[in-house]
Write a protein that binds this ligand. Structure first.
Ligand code: 13P
Length: 340
């Protein structure tokens, strides 16, 4: 209670604010750039992230940004480090520290996240580069016979080892167990798997002595698979199912829950968060840590061309503003239509 970690966690979920996930790995950012016909060079990745981080007014809505290893070491066009530009705006730099999800031995259709080897040393270096929080993503896939108990146990164990190491090095861990929305499963199945996953994760966090008040949870919402006939369901349905699941599986000591967007449309992700906050107050702050849902319109407006910087920034500012409204349940169709 009252620790520096707790203060940082609370700052990240301050009212009206959330997190930008800009930590796409080399392969993922290439996929995003392919969609706008832009070659993924180090210069274009720098230009794109610099565009987002220097958007005037974004710091009213964005408390922190998750960076990739390349970006936390990168300088902007004016020679300043990108992480320093964020700090100067009052935005907290964070860092993705997992090394990605790889095939799980003995279970061919499941994944486990790598990156524990040498993690303490990497955390020490990232702290010196300005990172005050970190992210580790575990991937849980729903199929007819999965997730297996093995997959849930191993991913929960790794998340807890990562979280404990972060706290040891004065870094707030964002614990991200993502139940994928790929597939044709029902909302009820997502509910069950998300509850099971969260129970395993909090058991492991407790066993490994992680301070729950000095971390944030980054989960999926409870939502049917994209291939299920009922998809998309209403924001009210998502809100009811998600809040019901969390009320039995997320301890109130956790300061905040910052959702991933996971392939939801950008307005869909905003409307779902809004519906949850409209039902507040809750024991935890409910906020966003969106990647695609904050960036997609901005990426499309930018198209890899510096001539479109202002349009890219306007699109990003608007999405950040709309999600800020969703923090208090005050997002409306009229606000969505107005320019930010
Ligand atoms: P999406 O919001 O695009 O799912 O990205 C968030 C994230 O950080 C996934 O790890």
């Amino acid at each position: 209670m009252g620790s520096v970690l707790n203060q940082t966690a609370r700052d990240l979920v301050a009212p009206g604010k959330g997190i930008l996930a800009a930590d796409e790995s080399g392969g993922t950012i290439k996929k995003r750039f392919d969609s706008i016909g832009c070659e993924s060079t180090e210069d274009r990745r720098r230009a794109y992230r610099e565009m987002l981080f220097t958007t005037t007014g974004a710091s009213e809505y964005v408390s922190g940004v998750i960076l990739f290893d390349e970006t936390i070491r990168q300088a902007a066009s004016d020679g300043r480090q990108l992480a320093k530009i964020l700090e100067a705006e009052g935005v907290i730099p964070g860092i993705k520290v997992d090394k990605g999800a790889v095939r799980l031995a003995k279970s061919p259709d499941e994944l486990v996240t790598d990156g524990l080897d040498g993690l303490r040393e990497r955390l020490v270096e990232y702290r010196a580069l300005g990172a005050r929080f970190a992210k580790w993503r575990a991937v849980i896939t729903i199929g007819s016979h999965i997730p297996s108990r093995l997959c849930l146990d191993l991913n929960a164990h790794a998340l807890a080892r990562y979280a404990a190491l972060c706290q040891d090095e004065d870094i707030v861990p964002i614990v991200e167990p993502e139940v994928l929305m790929d597939g044709d499963h029902s909302l009820e199945r997502c509910y069950q798997v998300t509850c099971d996953t969260l129970h395993k994760v909090f058991d492991a966090l407790y066993d490994q002595r992680v301070d729950l008040d000095g971390m944030l949870l980054k989960p999926n919402m409870v939502i049917p698979g994209k291939g299920h006939a009922s998809y998309p369901v209403s924001p009210e349905t998502v809100a009811d199912a998600t809040l019901s699941c969390f009320s039995t599986s997320v301890p109130a000591a956790v300061p905040g829950i910052v959702f991933l967007s996971g392939g939801q449309g950008d307005e869909e992700a905003t409307a779902n968060l809004n519906a949850m906050n409209a039902r507040g107050p809750h024991p935890w702050q409910l906020s966003f840590s969106y990647g695609r849902a904050l960036q997609a319109p901005s990426l499309q407006a930018w198209k890899g061309d510096d001539a479109n910087l202002a349009a890219g920034q306007a699109a990003y500012r608007h999405r950040a503003h709309m999600n800020s409204l969703a923090r208090s349940g005050s997002y409306t169709a009229a606000a969505e239509k107005a320019a930010s």
